[in-house]
Design a protein around this ligand. Structure first.
Ligand SMILES: Nc1ncnc2c1ncn2[C@@H]1O[C@H](COP(=O)(O)OP(=O)(O)OP(=O)(O)O)[C@@H](O)[C@H]1O
Ligand SMILES: [Mg+2]
Length: 273
């Protein structure tokens, strides 16, 4: 056992210790150590997958950016053409910056280090701010964003993070749903639920259990430019507030995704960066 243990490193993390045939304390110790190796191995595997997925996601926008710039430089261009090329390069860069920020958030949440700075916030104001941020895009799509939140309800949250989480949900409802998008709050036994609903086709039922996994998206969504991090981030933000995130399809049709937060939220996140 000692010899095998000495040879185990991150490259050989799938190896396990040989167990003695005696069913004694040494056997049990070996068994416990093997279980520990299982957990470490799973953690390593998860980390490797994250790096692979993240690199894969970064490659596409980077390749687009490269092509954009190469084309712009290939032959003499008018000032207008150059300007338009620079504009799309800037858009691509913007997307990359957001992707990098999303990746960083997910990685931090994994280590339990998602910074959360709670203060007393009026939920109605928060929700209105999110809705206002999406109104012009919704207008362009001929869609409505409706808010249904009590004016007086206050809650201890990190306003920026909650706006980000709600923003991801409204973005999804506009991108994958149809009809009006409603942001609605519900209070029940010491919790506040922030729901975002739409009247589209809803989630593919088989996809629902995986919806909050990072990089997961129902297959055809890839073409629509999603990275599959939006809901993972919603989940991370909810947890950092001591809450949770859930998704379901509504009986009347459409998706319902919500964040449940304890009122006077106990925090599980840390405040240091
Ligand atoms: N309101 C909705 N209606 C139907 N399907 C949805 C809805 N919201 C999310 N989904 C499905 O869940 C998947 C995961 O959503 P998520 O927000 O995590 O990732 P994304 O939108 O693909 O990418 P990102 O948010 O990182 O840009 C989506 O790709 C889509 O297939
Ligand atoms: Mg999304």
């Amino acid at each position: 056992m000692r010899q095998r243990a000495a040879g185990i490193s991150s490259d050989t993390a799938s190896r396990r210790l040989p167990l003695p045939t005696t069913r004694d304390e040494v056997y049990r110790l070996g068994e416990t150590l093997n279980e520990m190796l299982d957990r470490l191995d799973a953690g390593l595997e998860r980390e490797r997958r994250f790096v692979a997925d993240a690199s894969h996601e970064l490659r596409t926008p980077l390749a687009l950016l490269e092509t954009e710039l190469e084309l712009a430089l290939r032959q003499p261009r008018t000032a207008d053409e150059l300007e338009s090329a620079l504009r799309s390069a800037a858009e691509e860069t913007d997307r990359l910056v957001r992707l990098a920020e999303d990746l960083l958030l997910v990685a931090r949440a994994d280590q339990g280090k998602l910074p959360v700075r709670p203060s007393s916030e009026r939920i109605h104001t928060l929700v209105e701010q999110v809705a206002a941020g999406f109104r012009s895009r919704a207008d362009g799509l001929g869609r409505l964003i409706e808010v249904d939140a009590p004016a007086s309800l206050e809650i201890e949250v990190d306003a920026g993070r909650i706006r980000q989480a709600l923003g991801n949900l409204v973005d999804n409802a506009l991108r994958y749903g149809a009809g009006p998008v409603r942001i609605r709050t519900e209070t029940r036994d010491g919790h506040v639920e922030l729901h975002v609903t739409d009247e589209g086709a809803g989630f593919e039922p088989g996809f629902l259990p995986r919806a909050f996994e990072r990089f997961s998206r129902a297959d055809d969504a890839r073409g629509r430019g999603g990275t599959g991090l939006g809901l993972a981030i919603v989940d991370a933000i909810a947890r950092a507030h001591g809450g949770s995130a859930s998704a379901a399809n509504r009986k009347v049709g459409g998706a319902d995704v919500w964040v449940t937060l304890p009122v006077g939220a106990e925090r599980s996140g840390t405040t240091d960066l």
